[in-house]
Design a protein around this ligand. Structure first.
Ligand code: SAH
Ligand code: SF4
Ligand code: F3S
Length: 445
């Protein structure tokens, strides 16, 4: 049998993506490769001929969800042995998680990692030819770094500027799954963004685990602020975003570049993790609460309407009640626009995994108290928008009401407004009429 485009014509694929934007972007690449082979996409997972789970292991519940979902497909695979079941992503980069899939889930046909995505077509053919399971985890990225992928729409795109992470925060598994930091060459990134903009893309999000350390470990000299400034100058680019920034590397130069380029969005995601100096030190974060607050103050001084969001971990093993109160205090002082809050999850292999964990009930109580501090502030921050007219990039039909569209301000506020579908992908003036802690409601002007 020849496994060419003809063979795959009419066959369908479905991808379930866990985790962060890096994984979402990897799934966009995988989607491109599958469609090149002849597959078409379906949103009905169980009907698909190729079913993929692109995994994350940053917290334990992401892992448990994966095992639950793969396990639930046992029956389906028994009934339809011709379906190909595949698992990829960060979980497969660690031997432990991979071995669980290898040993307990024989129905999984193809396993690959984050570094050998480009091999997928070959792995599928190998699986079909030999009718056996294929496990391939390369440790080297392909040399080629200008790659093609399918975007989820035709106005927003993710662009990788670096991969991996060198920070080794004591709780975090990412450096073990994604490997050491590698920055892409500036010309390749610029060329990629130029192509997207020429094809009508309005909003670009630059991706990296720690974008501020772009260029630190390379043979070329380029810093993140320089790269950002150069990209912002690309003619026709309406909105430029980036994620994620580590506070220790957030420079004055970066703030200057943001201030001087109108198309760089007035939004900053700056993960705090903890407001206690002791815990920050234990976490190996290389900043203290004072430094964090200084950076926020500088950002707000340079860009008065900037929105700032953060990540916070509750219940790190060395966190005492006093330490936790420091986190509450810092949140009260900084006044975040939004925050992603996480309960500490022990990740085997990390430095913090050796420490004894805190009682679950204590952590849950702290977590609830944290939200009680954060949500009223989110509400107040959003309320400041009521009565103002803002520019919104409409992204989709609203999930709750199909007469409404959902979109974002440049400050990343989620806005719902009654509008026609034809406005999806357009940047439109919206007058804000109401708010909750998490959303704004408005009317077209
Ligand atoms: N590189 C990014 C974050 C990647 S992970 C950064 O440093 O900002 C996203 C968030 O997950 C982290 O900011 C952290 O808040 C959370 N996280 C990571 N490991 C965790 C763990 N073991 N338990 C709970 N939350 C964790
Ligand atoms: Fe993890 Fe820290 Fe790297 Fe972020 S910077 S990916 S939290 S090790
Ligand atoms: Fe998860 Fe991997 Fe991202 S572990 S958070 S998908 S880098």
């Amino acid at each position: 049998m020849e496994y060419n485009k003809e063979y795959f014509k009419g066959k369908t694929y479905n991808i379930t993506t866990f985790g962060c934007q890096m994984n979402e972007h990897d799934s966009e690449r995988i989607s491109y490769l599958l469609e090149e082979m002849g597959y078409t996409k379906t949103s009905d997972r169980d009907s698909a001929d190729f079913i993929l789970f692109n995994t994350c292991l940053v917290r334990e519940n992401a892992e448990l969800r994966l095992f639950g979902q793969v396990g639930s497909l046992k029956q389906l695979k028994r009934k339809h042995p011709d379906k190909i079941l595949s698992v990829s992503g960060c979980m497969m980069q660690t031997t432990k998680a991979r071995h669980i899939i290898e040993e307990k889930y024989p129905e999984v046909d193809i396993v690959f990692g984050t570094k050998n995505i480009d091999l997928l077509p070959e792995l599928i053919r190998r699986h079909l030819e030999k009718n056996e399971r294929v496990i391939d985890i390369s440790t080297m990225y392909p040399k080629e770094d200008f790659v093609e992928y399918n975007n989820s729409n035709n106005f927003q795109a993710y662009v990788n500027i670096m991969r991996g992470c060198n920070n080794f925060c004591s709780y975090c598994i990412v450096p073990y799954s994604r490997g050491r930091e590698e920055s892409r060459r500036p010309y390749a990134i610029i060329e990629e963004v130029e192509n997207l903009v020429n094809n009508g893309y309005k909003e670009i999000t630059l991706l990296g685990q720690n974008v501020n350390s772009y260029g630190n470990t390379t043979d070329f000299s380029a810093t993140f602020p320089q790269l950002l400034d150069r990209i912002a100058k690309i003619d026709g680019l309406s909105r430029l975003r980036f994620t994620t920034s580590h506070p220790k590397d957030l420079s004055d130069e970066l703030i200057e570049v943001m201030k001087n380029n109108d198309n760089i969005c007035n939004y900053f995601h700056l993960p705090l993790q903890s407001g206690s100096d002791k815990v920050l030190k234990d976490m190996n974060r290389h900043y203290d609460r004072q430094k964090y607050m200084e950076k926020v103050a500088k950002l707000r001084k340079a860009i008065p309407n900037i929105a700032i969001s953060t990540d916070i971990i509750v219940g790190y093993p060395t966190e005492t009640e006093e330490d936790f109160k420091e986190t509450l205090d810092l949140c009260d002082k900084v006044k975040f626009d939004s925050a992603y809050t996480f309960i500490y999850s022990k990740r085997p292999g990390t430095k913090a995994a050796k420490l004894e964990t805190i009682d679950k009930d204590i952590i849950q109580d702290r977590f609830d108290r944290l939200l009680d501090h954060l949500y009223p502030v989110f509400f107040e921050k959003n309320k400041e928008y009521v009565g103002k007219t803002v520019k919104v990039l409409f992204e989709s039909v609203s999930k709750n009401n199909d007469e409404f569209l959902s979109g974002r301000t440049d400050t990343f506020k989620l806005v719902h407004a009654k509008a026609d579908e034809s406005l999806i992908g357009k940047i439109v003036d919206v007058k804000i009429t109401g708010n909750t802690s998490f959303t704004l409601e408005g009317e077209l002007v």
